[in-house]
Design a protein around this ligand. Structure first.
Ligand SMILES: O=C(O)c1ccccc1NCC(=O)[C@H](O)[C@H](O)COP(=O)(O)O
Length: 247
């Protein structure tokens, strides 16, 4: 049974890794990187600032341009907080390597679109250690580092729900890395279509955006991933944690 949503919006500061560096992309497009230095230093900074979660993405693994597996492992092992790992987890070997880092959960994207039987199997085996990333343009899902269409959002959501998927990470690619605010309508619609918790990702630009997302906790939004806004110093993580605690 799904526990009814309550309490404070969880914040997951993001560390997206490309070629060994913490970066942010615009619309998730390869080549649009702004670099922010050491992923480990960024992760440690969010932890010191009071984060309870880290959202850690291996962009090279997502794009198929290599991987940052050793670095991702080093960062995860250095954390005392919970870690959500994303990027290129598509088969038994990559899932085993991800879980072996000691992360709290993994986020599957492409696999949910291309190898649904495998995803159903690992959901059954690993329960809430598996989240599925629903990365959309409009209502069309995108896989392979968000470069290829992968089916309808709501059909896929219904299938994953029926397989017992524990949680969804929902990204509007049009908003991601743009500081244009999250797509609240999309999040409301997804929450209305599932009783599983939703983690919102992409576009957060201000404390007001976070307050708006906190207002969706009763609808089913459990957490929010925050990337660009923190790196661009739109607000500090301490301010963000304070803002959502007050809603
Ligand atoms: O998560 C992935 O697998 C991924 C694949 C390809 C491109 C981007 C990917 N993730 C990006 C993120 O998870 C961002 O960190 C997150 O959406 C934060 O966005 P923002 O706050 O707009 O910087």
């Amino acid at each position: 049974m799904t526990v009814p949503p309550s309490g404070t919006l969880e914040l997951l500061p993001a560390v997206d890794v490309r070629d060994g560096q913490a970066v942010r992309l615009v619309h998730g497009e390869s080549g649009s990187e702004t670099s922010y230095g050491s992923p480990l230093q960024a992760a440690l900074a969010w932890q010191r600032a009071g984060a309870e979660w880290l959202h850690l993405v291996d962009l090279d693994a997502a794009f198929g341009t290599g991987d940052n597996r050793a670095l991702v492992r080093e960062v995860t092992e250095a954390m005392d907080i919970k870690v959500e790992l994303s990027g290129g987890i598509r088969d038994d070997a990559t899932l085993a390597a991800a879980l072996a880092t000691g992360c709290t959960r993994v986020n599957l994207g492409t696999a949910a679109l291309e190898t649904p039987e495998w995803v159903a199997k690992v959901i059954a085996e690993h329960g809430d250690k598996i989240a599925v990333g629903l990365d959309v343009r409009g209502t069309t899902l995108r896989g392979r580092g968000w470069t290829r269409d992968g089916g309808d959002l709501y059909e896929t959501l219904a299938r994953l729900d029926s397989e017992g998927c524990a949680r969804y990470v929902v990204t509007d690619i049009a908003k991601d890395g743009t500081l244009q605010g999250p797509n609240l309508e999309l999040l409301r619609n997804v929450c209305a279509a599932t009783d599983k918790p939703v983690v919102a990702s992409g576009g957060v630009s201000s404390l007001d955006d976070l307050r708006a997302l906190a207002g969706l906790v009763p609808a089913g939004v459990e957490g929010a991933i925050v990337g660009k806004a923190l790196y661009a110093k739109a607000f500090t993580l301490e301010e963000a944690l304070e803002a959502v605690a007050a809603v």
